[in-house]
Ligand binder design. Structure first.
Ligand code: BES
Ligand code: MN
Ligand code: ZN
Length: 497
């Protein structure tokens, strides 16, 4: 797909489909007004007749043969007052969906002047162009690597996106959007790859490949022996029940000053979660291939950083293991000494995410981080609490939590805060060790976060539970590429000028 930015006047842009925005009420955006004029008042007529409501994310494809463009795609953008980036994104998704299944080859997206609400970083033309670029890449994704007959490609092969000017700021924002979309697609490819291929060693190879393709990234991979030396016993305890060995992956990007403390990302990389000896029920277990979604989003975000090269230092680590129930597996009741020295009684081997993350959180202390954000498909309870719309944010630092929430809001990749009060901590008391790895049914995602917090005391830390947002189930089963947009927005907001 060829996706480019253009600031030429609409009338001089040749394309076989023009895409414009229509609000529910009020003035038309400039591009829509120009299109309406060029088409003899067609849009206003259809608005009057009721054929065009402008309701958010509605679309109408109107053939206009013999005109400057062969067809016009009108996408509703809803009420002016409430046009969050998330709603604007929905409208964009609807528009791309029409084009994917349509006959147009070259679409002209004239949406840069459709208003979006929010602060300047959410509502500026740059922000909109970024979102348009990202949504195009994101929505034109498909995963057919394992089909012997590939579905026919969409006819669409070129998209031109309009902008008001040729400035570097707009171009950079658009390119960041495209890079973010590609980063999401990398994340999706990793998540969608079947678990007999995507095991910890394979995941480490993907990280090495990223470093090979982008010299600004350095990757190091620790094997079991090296992990043993470091005392990463809880990661090893999780990997022990599988014939696929665990790996610990470290990636570094140093684009900032050498004295700038790095922002650290930590990804849960369970390439398949059977539950171990505390075996999960069979139904839908295939979806536990997505249990490396946290690590996939870390890799996706690192690819974006490698492409846009911001002035910032970023370190990413991934704790990769497969949670299987063979004769070497951990048993309920086992007590393991974590890398931090604290002991954990494993009462449920299915609460393995926190076990691999705790050693990773201990490991990253050495980077003297400016912040640490871990990403994990950690608890089913999180899906019960928030469903599939928001990732949960837990943090020991209110400022960091607010930054992440704001980044998610701007990026249309939302998160929601959850409490990390001390009141919940005693649910993890163990009769035999310093703590146990489960806290009971109540507040399951909070006790999981409480467990992690015990290993993250020395720095500003946040935990994102992405169990509800990393993939879709059902007919549209597949990785979503979330929360790459949130992470990229967060990291870019710390980049020096
Ligand atoms: N990977 C799962 C969490 C999960 C389950 C995410 C379903 C999305 C959908 C995690 O390792 C897990 O099994 N958590 C347990 C924890 C429990 C044993 C305390 C859970 O949520 O049931
Ligand atoms: Mn589990
Ligand atoms: Zn898991």
């Amino acid at each position: 797909m060829n996706i480019t930015l253009s600031n030429k006047p609409l009338s001089t842009e040749k394309a076989d489909c023009l895409v414009v925005a229509l609000p529910e009420k009020g003035d038309l955006p400039e591009s829509t007004r120009l299109a309406d004029e060029a088409l003899g008042g067609l849009i206003k007529k259809l608005q009057k007749s009721g054929d065009l409501s402008g309701k958010n994310a509605t679309t109408l494809m109107i053939p206009t043969p013999g005109q400057a463009w062969d067809r016009l795609l009108v996408v509703g953008t809803g009420a002016d007052k409430n046009r969050t980036p998330a709603l604007f994104r929905k409208a964009l998704i609807a528009a791309v969906g029409q084009l994917k299944d349509g006959v147009s080859r070259h679409a002209l997206f004239a949406l840069h002047d459709s208003p979006v609400t929010g602060d300047d970083r959410a509502s500026s033309e740059a922000a909109k162009l970024s979102l348009i670029g990202r949504t195009l890449e994101d929505q034109l994704y498909s995963f057919n690597s394992y089909k012997s007959e590939k579905p026919a490609n969409s006819k669409l092969n070129k998209v031109t996106v309009t902008a008001s000017a040729a400035g570097k700021g707009l171009k950079d924002a658009f390119n960041l959007g495209l890079a973010t979309g590609r980063g999401m697609n990398f994340t999706k490819d990793l998540g969608n790859t079947p678990p007999n291929i995507c095991h910890p060693v394979w995941l480490a190879e993907q990280a090495k490949k990223l470093a090979k393709e982008h010299e600004v990234i350095k990757t190091e991979v620790l094997d079991e022996k090296q992990m043993e030396k470091l005392g990463m016993n809880t990661i090893l305890a999780v990997g022990k029940g599988s014939t696929e060995p665990p790996r610990f992956i470290i990636m570094e990007y140093r684009g900032g000053k050498s004295k700038d403390k790095p922002h650290v990302l930590v990804g849960k990389g369970i390439t398949f979660d059977t539950g171990g000896i505390s075996l999960k029920p069979g139904e839908g277990m295939d979806e536990m291939k997505y249990d490396m979604g946290g690590s996939a989003s870390v890799l996706g975000a690192m690819q974006v950083i490698a492409e846009v090269k911001p002035r910032i230092n970023v370190v990413a680590v991934i704790a990769a293991a497969e949670n299987m129930p063979d004769g070497g597996a951990s048993r309920p009741g086992d007590i393991v000494t974590t890398m931090s020295g604290l002991t954990v009684e494993i009462l449920n081997t299915d609460a393995e995410g926190r076990l691999v993350l705790c050693d990773a959180l201990t490991y990253v202390k050495r980077f003297d981080p400016a912040s640490v954000v871990d990403l994990a498909t950690l608890t089913g309870a999180c899906v019960i609490a928030l469903g599939h719309h928001a990732s949960a944010v837990f943090s020991n630092d209110e400022g960091l939590s607010e930054e992440l929430l704001a980044a998610g809001e701007r990026a249309g990749d939302r998160a929601w805060p959850m409490p990390l009060w001390d009141d919940y901590q005693n649910l993890l008391d163990s009769n035999f060790a310093d703590m146990q790895n489960i806290g009971g049914r109540a507040a399951g995602s909070i006790t999981a976060a409480c467990f992690l917090s015990r290993f993250a005391k020395d720095y500003r830390w946040a935990h994102l539970d992405i169990a509800g947002t990393a993939w879709n189930s059902g007919k549209a089963k597949g990785s979503t590429g979330r929360p790459v947009p949130l992470l990229v927005d967060y990291l870019m907001s710390h980049a020096g000028k």
